[in-house]
Write a protein that binds this ligand. Structure first.
Ligand code: TYM
Length: 329
């Protein structure tokens, strides 16, 4: 059976981008693949979370994974920092990762621009840690959104390079994966770019309906089409893209037709979009609240995941150490 690995950083609640870019695929994949889904708390250290917040952030994502439908009986759900083998593999892969290629990655350049006072080495080697997460389980598929495409390319590069340097056919070379074929990018409500945790443009699975309505009603639009069949502008296309994932096709088609005829009313579009988002998120939100209150269950899930993931990771590490040439006396 093919192995799947994916993770999400615990730097804020799950938003619709995380759901449609990643979690939705996790739910389908857990039925037919050997799945490892983790919470990337080592990665989250690149932005220096306060120690008092770290555990709560991890706990929240764990509750949200479960509320969204991840099943600990079907997939292995674990916390990245529960696998110290991942850190060791990162150290080993770092020896074959080159400064130039790490500096050239878009995510590094973007982060360096966003946090110029904290351009730490962890940001630079972020793709190496991510590669370790994936190849430590010999994953062949990695369900992620479009923004992770380049990181996946780096993973493939590091895995191939290891195999080449040591003249082995050891690591599986993973592919990015989406059931809809191409990787997706969910836009934010601010007119341009993707929905993100740090952009403040997101809608969260745990968000209450009042707040969702307020955010959607404030979403950036334009002054409206004046010529029939004019091209759809970016902010409106973004609202259509959100509708594509939460609304019925007929509803979206109608608004697109209204746009083409210049009869569209953005207020109506937003109202419908808000209601459809609420219909989708409300049951998940209820489950998040129930699961987040259940300490014993969360502890049990994390422990089950740790045991299973650890067993697999330890096997890989042992083999990698042998390939590299470490030997006991
Ligand atoms: P992170 O935490 O930024 O995002 C988690 C997942 O959500 C997807 N995503 C989106 N998809 C579509 N549209 C959006 N607007 C959007 N925003 C986020 C991301 O593509 C991702 O799949 N580096 C990763 C975490 C990670 C990882 C891994 C993933 C660490 N190790 C190993 C896969 C395999 C990250 O920061 O994702």
């Amino acid at each position: 059976m093919e192995t799947v690995v994916s993770g999400i950083r615990p730097t804020g609640n799950l938003h619709l981008g995380n759901y449609y870019g990643a979690v939705k695929n996790f739910l389908k994949m857990q039925e037919n693949y050997n799945c490892y889904f983790f919470i990337a708390d080592y990665h989250s250290l690149t932005t220096h979370p306060h120690p008092a917040d770290l555990h709560g952030n991890v706990r929240q994502i764990l509750a949200e994974y479960l509320a969204a439908g991840l099943d600990p009986e079907k997939s292995t759900i674990y916390i990245q920092s529960d696998l110290p083998e991942v850190a060791e593999l990162t150290l080993l892969l770092n020896m074959n990762a080159y400064l130039g290629e790490l500096e050239r990655t878009t995510s590094f350049k973007e982060k360096a621009r966003k946090q110029p006072d904290n351009v730490n080495a962890g940001l630079l080697t972020y793709p190496v840690l991510m590669a370790s997460d994936i190849i430590i389980h010999q994953a062949s598929k990695v369900p992620v959104g479009k923004d992770q495409e380049q990181n996946l390319e780096m993973t493939r590069k590091f895995a191939n390079r290891f195999n080449r340097i040591y003249e082995v056919d050891y690591f599986t070379i993973p592919q990015p994966f989406n059931f809809g074929e191409s990787l997706i990018k969910i836009p934010g409500l601010d007119g341009s770019g993707k929905m993100g945790k740090s952009e403040g443009n997101g809608i969260y699975l745990a968000e209450d309906p009042k707040s969702i309505r307020k955010k959607v009603m404030k979403a950036v639009t334009d002054s409206g089409p004046t010529e029939p069949n004019s091209p759809v502008t970016e902010p409106i296309q973004n609202l259509f893209t959100l509708m594509e994932v939460v609304s019925d096709q007929a509803v979206l088609d109608q608004f697109k037709e209204d746009y083409a005829k210049c009869t569209i009313r953005y207020g109506d579009l937003k109202k419908k979009l808000a209601e459809d988002i609420i219909n989708f998120t409300a049951p998940i939100r209820e489950r998040i609240n129930a699961i987040a209150a259940d300490d014993a269950y969360l502890r049990k899930v994390a422990e089950m995941g740790r045991e299973k993931a650890h067993e697999n990771a330890a096997k890989t590490l042992k083999e990698v150490r042998e390939i590299i040439g470490f030997k006991p006396f």
